[in-house]
Design a binder for this molecule. Structure first.
Ligand code: AMP
Length: 208
């Protein structure tokens, strides 16, 4: 059976940033439901039109949409030995459904206090050409690309507050759920990108 890794944490914890490193270390492709949904939104597909309402309001997209998306993605050839989930699962129901289709080997939880999150997200910018993520203060982009960076529509202060509320209500209990299963590894996510990356590398070296 496929063995997957879950990267868990609040919005803005650095999951997308650290996913590249974990993919490199484990050889597992990153599967980000947020990226898949944004892709669908930009293509204006039926799914994208439906998901957009929730995303712009800072709410979770309904489980059924997400689970179908994941089931299709896991049929792709590159996921044969398991994947790295980034931003999925986000509810206990999604996690239960996931157990039926893949084996979750370990859940890496990035822990960042709420006060940090808002500052991190509001200053976040993305390069639409490469998908690279920067922060205007903490991880400034090279000058030659700064003109083309964009801010996600849901990265405004108002929406972040709602996204954090959704996280506390629907996603955080999932951390405790995985902890009871003995799968959760908590990593302090409140350092520099390099420091957090080092702690993740160390944790992964122990899981074999
Ligand atoms: P992210 O890029 O992971 O922060 O996701 C952006 C938005 O997409 C979230 O605020 C949700 O509206 C939606 N989304 C992404 N992944 C999920 C998921 N697993 N379950 C429900 N909604 C999701």
């Amino acid at each position: 059976m496929k063995e997957s890794i879950v990267l868990f944490g609040p919005p803005g914890a650095g999951k997308g940033t650290q996913a590249d490193l974990i993919s490199e270390l484990t050889g597992k492709p990153q599967v980000s439901t947020g990226d898949m949904l944004r892709n669908a939104v930009s293509k204006k597909s039926q799914l994208g039109i439906e998901a957009k309402k929730y995303m712009e309001a800072g709410l979770l997209v309904p489980d059924k949409i997400i689970i179908d998306l994941i089931k299709n993605r896991l049929d792709d050839e590159d996921s044969i030995t398991g994947v790295l989930f980034d931003g999925f699962p986000r509810t206990i129901h999604q996690a239960e459904e996931l157990e039926k289709i893949t084996q979750v080997k370990v859940v890496i939880s990035l822990v960042v206090p709420d006060e940090e999150i808002i500052e991190r997200i509001v200053g976040r910018r993305m390069d639409p050409e490469t998908g690279d993520i920067f922060h205007i203060t903490f991880n400034p982009p090279p000058e030659e690309i700064s003109h083309r960076l964009i801010q996600r529509k849901d990265d405004t202060k108002e929406t972040v507050i709602q996204r954090l509320a959704s996280y506390h209500e629907q996603t955080k209990p999932l951390g405790e759920w995985y902890e009871k299963l003995g799968k959760l590894i908590s990593i302090e996510g409140n350092g520099t990108i390099e420091e957090v990356g080092k702690n993740i590398t160390e944790a992964i070296s122990h899981i074999g």
